[in-house]
Ligand binder design. Structure first.
Ligand SMILES: *Cc1c(COP(=O)(O)O)cnc(C)c1O
Length: 409
């Protein structure tokens, strides 16, 4: 499946007819990822929710749902999408620091499994709104565990300085207040420390902190049925082919090894990126090559409007010139460094690969090593399935980016 050459020859031949830019999703990669995810999490009876915010395309959601995975939502419209896509209400969880009344009411009406609550005031409001509907809302306290995810600061969420969750020093007050909230039912604790976490030690620290916090509840004789440890498992943006499927085995094993559960407790995960990142590629064409002072610019027809991650948090995406794989009968060989590029006909150049948008941050990569690149070449931005299309915008009045699937073209 994950044969680089196959992947490229396959798409390049299909691409010619499709106007760029567009997202291309390899359904086979997605399915194999999901199979592995399920196999590894089922070993321990872990429950998985898909974080819709990573990619909310109907087709993607349908495939993911068919693996008996729940939905993790962070807005009312995501809850709505989950309901419309037929996730069972008891498989839907809803987090977010700023849920508005309409969003809460919608989720209450649809009897979702759990509200992951992030502040005392939110609990108060939820209790009132639930009372007005004569309902009891299942809640988990989203606790800020003050654990460093060692990832980019914009996607770190579990430190005291972050806006997310209830801080440990507030826990006593919050738990006392719960006694008066008759329309809330405490069913869980929720944690989410950040995204694109590559160092499993961060998750180990999380487990140890969860154990401490559990002790706090045990001492107060408060029973908690569900522990939700959030998402955040990272993927390999640098060498996608080498790790097309993230190492779910080590990830789930770590939680099994280090989480100390109370009798009957269930463990929930909310994964987004690790499920959907590697199967998506942004396909673009080179519009122009322009000489700069110390560099060449390769100007693509895709920009930050299609893929915002580089502009938003200096994210890296592997950039490949797919057209060069088809150079007159010369077999492509994977090149990981300058000296390894063995295609005799292509010379090596460095390019600042940029988009057409009127912002200097509209840059996908500086000094990117590519074979000589020309107007009309097809360029792939790899590992773009998560937080790619879903963040696309119409800035500069651009057309909204389209999506194509490997099993449909
Ligand atoms: C974004 C988010 C996730 C998913 O994060 P990934 O890094 O994509 O796995 C899970 N839970 C919550 C609460 C989130 O905000």
């Amino acid at each position: 499946m994950s044969d680089t050459k196959m992947f490229k020859e396959n798409i390049v031949s299909k691409l010619e007819t499709i106007p760029t830019p567009f997202y291309y999703y390899d359904v086979e990669v997605l399915k194999q990822t999901l199979q592995k995810l399920k196999a590894e999490s089922d070993k321990y009876g872990f429950i998985i929710h898909y974080a819709l915010k990573a990619n909310a395309n109907n087709k993607i959601i349908d495939i993911i749902k068919s693996y008996n995975i729940g939905a993790d939502c962070v807005s009312g419209n995501e809850v709505k999408k989950a309901v419309e896509c037929d996730f069972k209400p008891e498989h839907i969880v809803f987090a977010g620091v700023g849920k508005n009344d309409a969003e809460i009411n919608y989720a209450l009406e649809n009897n979702i499994f759990c509200f992951n609550c992030e502040s005392l005031q939110e609990l108060e409001v939820l209790n009132e709104l639930a009372a007005a509907k004569k309902k009891t809302a299942g809640i988990a306290l989203r606790i800020n565990p003050n654990v460093n995810a060692n990832t980019h600061k914009y996607i770190t969420t579990g430190l005291e300085e972050n806006k997310f969750g209830i801080n440990l020093w507030e826990l006593e007050t919050v738990v006392n207040a719960l006694k008066d909230f008759k329309n809330l039912n405490l069913i869980g604790l929720h944690f989410h420390i950040g995204s694109q976490i590559m160092d499993l030690n961060s998750f180990k620290s999380l487990c140890l902190r969860v154990n401490e916090i559990q002790g706090w509840f045990v001492n107060r004789k408060i029973t908690i049925q569900n522990i939700n440890v959030g998402g955040g498992l990272g993927v390999d943006y640098h060498e996608p082919e080498a790790h097309l499927i993230t190492d779910f085995a080590s990830y789930f094993k770590l939680f099994n090894d280090f989480l100390e559960l109370q009798p009957g407790q269930k463990v929930h995960f909310e994964l987004g990126r690790a499920i959907i990142a590697q199967c998506g590629t942004l396909i673009s064409k080179v519009l122009y090559i322009k000489k700069g002072v110390n560099t060449n610019f390769a100007i693509l027809d895709a920009g930050m409007t299609e893929l915002m991650r580089p502009a938003l948090y200096q994210a890296y995406h592997k950039i490949e010139n797919l057209s060069k794989y088809q150079v007159s009968g010369i077999k492509y060989q994977e090149a990981s460094s300058e000296s390894e590029i063995r295609n005799p006909k292509s010379e090596i150049f460095k390019y600042d690969v940029v988009g057409p948008i009127c912002e200097s941050s509209d840059c996908f990569g500086k000094a990117v090593i590519l074979p000589e690149t020309k107007r009309g070449d097809i360029v792939a931005l790899r590992t773009a399935g998560a937080y790619g299309e879903v963040m696309s915008s119409a800035y500069n009045l651009r057309d909204r980016v389209k999506a194509f699937y490997s099993d449909e073209i």
